[in-house]
Design a protein around this ligand. Structure first.
Ligand SMILES: O=P(O)(O)OC[C@H]1O[C@H](OP(=O)(O)OP(=O)(O)O)[C@H](O)[C@@H]1O
Ligand SMILES: O=c1[nH]c(=O)c2nc[nH]c2[nH]1
Length: 193
C-alpha cells in the first residue's frame, strides 16, 4: 500500500534491535484516516471471504481493527487481553505470547463468550515480526473451533520470520507494507514489492 509505505518513509525511524518506530501515526498517535484506508485495502484483498468477526490483540491492534471493521459490514471486533482482570469473568481461552516490544511473556486471553465454534474470523494486527502474537491468536481460534479466513497486517518486517512461518502454514497473510531491510545507522528503509 503506497500510502503506508510513503508514511513509513516520511515519519518512521529505525531503532537498534530491529525496531521500526512508527508511533507518530500507527501505534501511539493514531492517524485514523490512514487506518480507514488500511481497512479498505484489507476489504479489497479479502473480498468474497466470510468474516463474522475481527480478532486482534491489545494494545496496538485495537484501533486499526475497529476502523477495518467498518469495511467488513461493522462486524464485532474482539481483542485478546494481555492481563487478567476482574472484568474478565466466565470461561476463557488463554495462551501466552512473548511481547516483542515489552520483551516479556504475557497471557493472552479471550472470553469464551466472544469466540465461538464456527465463527469465521479475520485476524488483524499492526506489526508482524517473529509471529508470536499471531501464533497466540491462532491458538485461541483453534481452541474455540473458529475458522481463520485470513490475516491482515499493517507492517510486516520481512527480514524476521513470522510472515514466512504463517504463509508456510497456509494462511492468507495480507501485509500492507513489507519492510525488506532497515538500517539503524543510516535510517534507510527498503520495501518488498
Ligand atoms: O510478530 P511478533 O514478534 O509477535 O510482533 C508483533 C507484535 O508485537 C507488538 O506487540 P507488543 O506486545 O510488543 O506491543 P503492543 O502492546 O503495543 O501491541 C505488535 O503490536 C504485535 O502484536
Ligand atoms: O512499534 C513497533 N515496532 C516494531 O519494530 C515492532 N515489531 C513488533 N512490534 C513492533 N512494534
Amino acid at each position: 500500500m503506497q500510502e503506508l509505505e510513503d508514511r513509513i518513509a516520511k515519519d518512521g525511524t529505525v531503532k537498534p534491535g530491529n525496531v521500526l518506530k512508527v508511533d507518530a501515526f500507527l501505534n501511539h498517535q493514531c492517524d485514523v484516516a490512514l487506518f480507514d484506508h488500511m481497512g479498505a485495502a484489507w476489504a479489497k484483498h479479502f473480498a468474497g471471504k466470510r468474516v463474522d468477526k475481527i480478532l486482534t490483540i491489545e494494545a496496538s491492534g485495537i484501533g486499526i481493527a475497529c476502523l477495518a471493521a467498518r469495511h467488513f459490514g461493522n462486524v464485532p471486533v474482539v481483542f485478546a487481553k494481555k492481563a487478567q482482570s476482574i472484568n474478565l469473568d466466565g470461561e476463557q481461552y488463554s495462551t501466552t505470547v512473548y511481547s516483542f516490544t515489552k520483551q516479556k511473556e504475557f497471557p493472552v486471553i479471550v472470553s469464551k463468550k466472544y469466540l465461538n465454534a464456527g465463527d469465521h474470523v479475520l485476524l488483524i494486527d499492526d506489526f508482524l515480526a517473529n509471529g508470536k502474537a499471531m501464533q497466540g491468536l491462532i491458538s485461541l481460534c483453534k481452541d474455540a473451533g473458529a475458522v481463520i479466513e485470513g490475516i491482515g497486517i499493517a507492517v510486516e518486517k520481512g527480514f524476521q520470520d513470522g510472515g514466512k512461518l504463517l504463509r508456510d502454514e497456509g494462511y492468507d497473510v495480507d501485509s500492507l507494507a513489507i519492510v525488506e531491510a532497515m538500517d539503524a545507522q543510516t535510517g534507510e528503509i527498503t520495501f518488498r514489492h
